[in-house]
Design a binder for this molecule. Structure first.
Ligand SMILES: OC[C@H]1O[C@H](O[C@H]2O[C@H](CO)[C@@H](O)[C@H](O)[C@H]2O)[C@H](O)[C@@H](O)[C@@H]1O
Ligand SMILES: [Ca+2]
Length: 751
């Protein structure tokens, strides 16, 4: 029954019965802020508009130098003050005016406002007020109001519990209900405009442009029609050449960057055949396309949230890229055509298969994904120039020409300036002449060969790789290839009776003769790779793996968290794994989890040698996720849980204190504001007004996946923002007379 509609009693006399929350206070925003429901509740069947309540719904939020109201005017009986009636726009304005002292449209612990606001209660139809106090709660209010504003709401009712929600639940819920949705893209008529946008398109006339591979005439026809139907979009549809894009061709596209077509399936709509794009997710921030390893990491989170269809669709898109672009791309933009990213396809396929194996077409899916991975393995990772015949190991070593166009021009000024000075040319003129081959500069060719390899490795950039990446057989890449070999052997043996035929789409030179695959070859490849990695990369004295320089023919000494990928892949022996846990782990463990590389390996930082984002003191979600997985695989549950806890604590603490922020990477040594990272191109995900809407893809995933591995007491402690040290102290088991002894001392004593 409506509040004012039928009984005619005063709001106050009704409040004890009517203000009891019947909705789920944690429902997704579109249902939670459903105006029809509020209209019914406030007005019954009367025609008065909701916005006529807007004035009274601003009660208490109006005066600039506000003082909390006298208790008597507050609606604080039993449940009566729990549901609030709030005018969206005026309350946002007031909140920002009073609380956002540094004027960045966020309410954080750095704003020294009153941290207190009085808002109207629903029970009194906004005539009486109640207080909201504390940074987290009022910042949540700003976030909820901004979300409601996005939906075009003028007045909302909101239950206080939504503003006081356990932060772990709130972030998990926002990832599940909002962030994934906002990161979703699709390349068909209704959605291509969104994915067509590229914040990294620095040309004079950025416009949506799509490149279609030669083998997809139906897609070309489809997009041409879309362009005709929606001229206002200015969609530019172009072909890619038959036989694939050469480095010269890709360089020449720099003037006209565009998105690359992805998989589409046939559908019948209103009796007419049409094409429907396979959806995908983007990392967020300026990364508005399908990335290689980001997508794998996000799929882990999506699977955790039951989004199996999306994970399948990502896999189908990967297979499309292998078939039509020759590789899983760094991402599907024209300027990424020559390079790939760390490969995870077999693991992704197996994880999905695990969820769908009861379905009739599960084996077809697994076969298709495995065929694609085999083609990728042969054609990309174990072919030259990536394959190093001397060691039998692989390197990131993509082709390409010139200066990568996707980074800000300023990124390479320090590298190119000495050369511009020699020829007395401006930076722009030099880059143009160098790119088109008018200027020949072998030193720069070498620099950009390695720079492309750095970017293909996903670790762009780091002093581990700068100036040498293309020569390194890295621990990361070879661990992932070992995992491919082991997975492919397992799939062929266990799912395809040791005989996997290769479909026409994925035939390669390597399997054209037999055109089927058996497991023993893949088993042997895995054993060979492990032996080679032991020989070239394992350092017994240090107790960890290091990259191997295939040109200098020596092991490098940069300590990188990629050393733990050997555990994720399952290639470290139990003894090597114990060595890694004992020797390596302490070097990388920081306040917020694992750091990418050690401070010692990074070396000194100064103006001429600035911070690199994949070095100390920064930590990245994929590094954490792979290390947790590796530790769990070898039974180091305690270490895995501790690292997971530390990372999640850092993420959730920043989320609580900084207006719900979730960013691309963190400074894992910084306890108060770890999301503040000033290295290279800044931190994606931190630049929002009022509320973050997408978080950042792989951090979202790390949060969801990390939580799924933790016991319930740890999840509860995270929900109350308990630092690791406190949690550890409170949960330590102490035996009388035994507490100061280490296990070793205790066993010595008992002998
Ligand atoms: O624009 C500069 C570089 O940006 C990308 O790298 C970073 O973001 C990616 C998406 O989240 C991520 O996969 C990568 O690990 C990050 O370092 C891009 O991949 C680079 O190629 C590009 O030059
Ligand atoms: Ca602020």
């Amino acid at each position: 029954m409506s509040l004012l509609g039928r009984t005619g009693r005063s709001p106050v006399s009704q409040r004890r019965t009517s203000s009891v929350e019947r909705r789920d206070p944690f429902a997704a925003i579109d249902t939670y802020y459903d105006e029809a429901e509020l209209q019914k509740r406030l007005l019954g069947n009367k025609q008065r508009s909701i916005s006529s309540y807007a004035k009274q719904a601003t009660v208490g939020a109006l005066e600039p130098d506000f003082h909390p109201r006298r208790r008597g005017s507050h609606d604080e009986y039993t449940q009566a003050d729990q549901e609030l009636l709030i005018n969206v726009n005026t309350t946002i304005d007031d909140l920002l005016a009073r609380e956002d002292k540094d004027r960045n449209f966020q309410i954080t612990i750095e704003d020294n406002g009153p941290k207190n606001i009085s808002v109207g209660t629903l029970a009194s139809a906004g005539y009486r007020s109640t207080d909201l106090r504390g940074n987290y709660v009022i910042s949540n209010l700003l976030q909820e109001l901004t979300l409601a504003q996005d939906l075009g709401k003028k007045v909302i009712k909101i239950h206080k519990s939504r503003l006081h929600e356990n932060p772990v639940d709130r972030l998990s819920r926002r990832i599940r209900d909002e962030f994934w949705k906002n990161l979703e893209r699709c390349l068909d008529a209704n959605s291509i405009e969104k994915a067509g946008k590229d914040p990294k398109d620095w040309t004079a006339d950025p416009r949506p442009r799509i490149y279609v591979p030669h083998g997809c005439p139906e897609q070309h026809e489809y997009y041409t029609q879309v362009a005709k139907d929606k001229p206002e979009m200015r969609l530019d549809v172009r072909w890619l050449p038959e036989g694939g894009a050469t480095a010269e061709f890709v360089r020449d596209l720099n003037e006209a960057p565009g998105i690359l077509a992805l998989a589409m399936r046939k559908e019948t709509v209103d009796g007419k055949d049409t094409l429907k794009g396979e959806p995908f997710v983007v990392p967020g921030g300026r990364f508005n396309e399908l990335y290689g390893w980001d997508s794998y990491m996000m799929a882990i989170g999506l699977l955790e949230h039951g989004r199996i269809a999306m994970a399948k669709s990502i896999t189908i898109n990967f297979a499309f890229c292998i078939q039509h672009y020759g590789k899983i791309l760094n991402a599907n933009r024209s300027y990424y055509l020559c390079r790939s990213q760390p490969p995870f396809l077999t693991d992704l396929a197996l994880k999905i298969y695990d969820h769908i194996k009861h379905e009739p077409d599960a084996l077809d899916f697994l076969k298709f994904a495995t065929q694609a991975a085999i083609k990728e393995y042969y054609n990309v990772w174990t072919s030259e120039p990536r394959y190093d015949p001397a060691t039998g190991l692989s390197r990131y070593r993509p082709s390409g020409l010139g200066v990568p166009p996707e980074t800000e021009a300023s990124h390479f000024v320090h590298v190119i300036k000495p050369y511009t000075e020699k020829l007395n040319l401006s930076f722009e003129d030099y880059v143009n002449d160098y790119n088109d081959g008018t200027i020949k500069e072998p030193e720069l060719d070498d620099y950009f060969l390695h720079d492309r390899a750095v970017r293909e490795s996903g670790h762009d950039t780091s002093y581990r790789l700068e100036g040498v990446a293309a020569n390194l057989a890295t621990v990361d890449l070879n661990s992932l290839l070992y995992k491919y070999e082991v997975d492919i052997a397992k799939i062929i043996r266990l799912c395809f009776k040791d005989h996997l035929t290769m479909g026409a789409d994925f035939q390669t030179e390597a399997n054209r003769i037999d055109s089927f695959e058996t497991s023993s070859v893949w088993d042997r490849r895995a054993r060979m790779r492990k032996a080679r990695m032991d020989k070239y990369m394992w350092d017994q004295a240090a107790g960890m793996y290091f990259d191997y320089d295939t040109v200098k023919k020596q092991r490098t000494d940069y300590e990188s968290a990629t050393t733990f990928w050997t555990m994720w892949a399952g290639l470290a022996s139990p003894k090597q794994a114990a060595g890694l846990v004992l020797n390596a782990l302490p070097k990388f463990e920081e306040f917020g989890g694992l750091v990418s590389g050690t401070e010692k390996s990074r070396g000194e930082i100064h103006i001429a040698r600035p911070n690199r984002q994949w070095d100390y003191p920064f930590g990245w979600a994929p590094q954490q996720m792979l290390a947790w997985g590796g530790l769990l695989k070898y039974g180091y549950t305690e270490e895995a849980h501790r690292l997971t806890y530390k990372w999640l604590y850092m993420v959730i603490k920043a989320f609580v204190d900084f207006n719900g922020v979730v960013v691309e990477k963190y400074d894992v040594t910084r306890e108060l504001d770890p999301h503040k990272v000033e290295a290279e191109y800044g931190n994606q995900g931190s630049d929002f007004k009022g509320v973050p809407r997408e978080g950042f893809g792989w951090v979202n995933a790390s949060f969801v996946y990390g939580l799924s591995t933790l016991p319930v007491n740890m999840k509860r402690a995270l929900g109350t923002i308990t630092p690791w040290q406190t949690f550890e102290e409170k949960t330590a088991i102490k035996l009388d007379g035994f507490d100061d002894l280490t296990i070793q001392e205790a066993s010595d004593e008992s002998e």
